[in-house]
Design a protein around this ligand. Sequence first.
Ligand SMILES: *[C@@H]1O[C@H](CO)[C@@H](O)[C@H](O)[C@H]1NC(C)=O
Ligand SMILES: *[C@@H]1O[C@H](CO)[C@@H](O)[C@H](O)[C@H]1NC(C)=O
Ligand SMILES: *[C@@H]1O[C@H](CO)[C@@H](O)[C@H](O)[C@H]1NC(C)=O
Ligand SMILES: *[C@@H]1O[C@H](CO)[C@@H](O)[C@H](O)[C@H]1NC(C)=O
Length: 399
Amino acid sequence: MKILLFVLLLGIASADPQIIWLNRQSVANSPTIVNVEVGGNLYLASNDDSAQLQKITITTGTTTVSLDQLSDGKSLKILSNQLTIQSNLLDATAKKLTGYLYVTTAIQANDNTFDVKVVNGPQALNRNGDSTTTVILNTQYKDDFPSFFAPEKTTYVTEVQQFRSNPINFHYGIPGDNWKTFTDNQFFENPQPFDFYDDHGRPHTNMIFFDSVEPMQINLPYWYITAGGPFSLNMDSTFNDEPIHNTTSANTTGVYILNDVWRNPIVNFATDPTRKGYSGVLAYVDLDYSACIIFNNVIKGDANYTMCFGADNKMVHGQLSSDLVSKSLVVNATAGNPGTLYFQYFVFTGELYPITSSTQPPPSTTVTTTTAIATTTGSAGNHDAFFLILAGAFWKYLL
Ligand SMILES: *[C@@H]1O[C@H](CO)[C@@H](O)[C@H](O)[C@H]1NC(C)=O
Ligand SMILES: *[C@@H]1O[C@H](CO)[C@@H](O)[C@H](O)[C@H]1NC(C)=O
Ligand SMILES: *[C@@H]1O[C@H](CO)[C@@H](O)[C@H](O)[C@H]1NC(C)=O
Ligand SMILES: *[C@@H]1O[C@H](CO)[C@@H](O)[C@H](O)[C@H]1NC(C)=O
């Protein structure tokens, strides 16, 4: 009876998904025992030398494989709730390994909408279905003459295509066992929920879909995509060394992942000054030294939308936005390694400005929502009337 109960308990034992770094697997630490879930899948993300991978074995149940057999994104089924890792590498050799193991839960392994991709070179990702999860595991970025700003591990994402405007979200971390309900770790969302305020100051949330998504350099070891419909994109392990990015569409969105490798971004926007516009960010902020995200306004010239964060302003999934048509965006941290800042920027245009100066200026629609304290200084005054006069004058000139 006791044995049966024990077996039952073993059967339902659950464990969190795991990331296990190979640089900690040396002969001195062997064997390493990791709690995992029976029925989960194990993956290797590594472009380390296969001669070294051969010297590390993992045992699950009665199966033992060396890691070199797990390259090319092959998965291994977890057969017992403990994984044993045995390494014959000396400490100094093990420390140089860059790869890691990833273990899913059993539910994730059995979910045919859940997929895992190891990025080690160019790869096209196409997902169909109404609800999919794709985990992206990066291998080490390699370059004979790396730039000072070269990341350790990265995905360069281009050509994001969403069919029928279905939502797509990029998340940092790995999906936990509550990944379908936990939605606070997005660093990119398209569409973006956006609150517009009517004449009575009442908010109306609209979903703003961006047809244009700028190429993204996702400097994370791993991340994941949840999607509410079919999409496609291209992934590569390359680093696009681009200190200044120029957009080509007036309605567009992109991402910066600033952490160990931090270069203050500069984005020049292709603006449409004939329309009202909005600029904003979706941000995760955890800094040791202060940094500001600054949108510079094209029409008002002197007005900036500045969001400053210090070491005390931790923010998770905070959206901050303003009714500013932006000419450019800069981040102005002065410390070399200020901490972590992930942000999605978005700029889009709304209705056309009325072009007769007799029209009332539109009500101010500055929106600021945040889930944490942030020092935020938006455009306080309503300078729209000034623009109306300018636009009116311009119109007369055209006539
Ligand atoms: C980006 O735009 C700036 C001016 O707005 C220009 O000087 C620069 O050459 C452009 N860069 C690229 C790569 O097109
Ligand atoms: C940007 O999006 C708005 C709202 O959907 C639309 O009215 C406008 O035409 C778009 N602008 C461009 C340049 O696509
Ligand atoms: C707006 O930001 C730009 C770039 O950071 C800066 O040169 C300019 O002085 C700022 N303007 C104001 C009014 O702070
Ligand atoms: C960044 O710019 C803002 C606004 O111009 C300024 O108040 C702040 O001191 C600057 N921060 C750093 C770290 O340079």
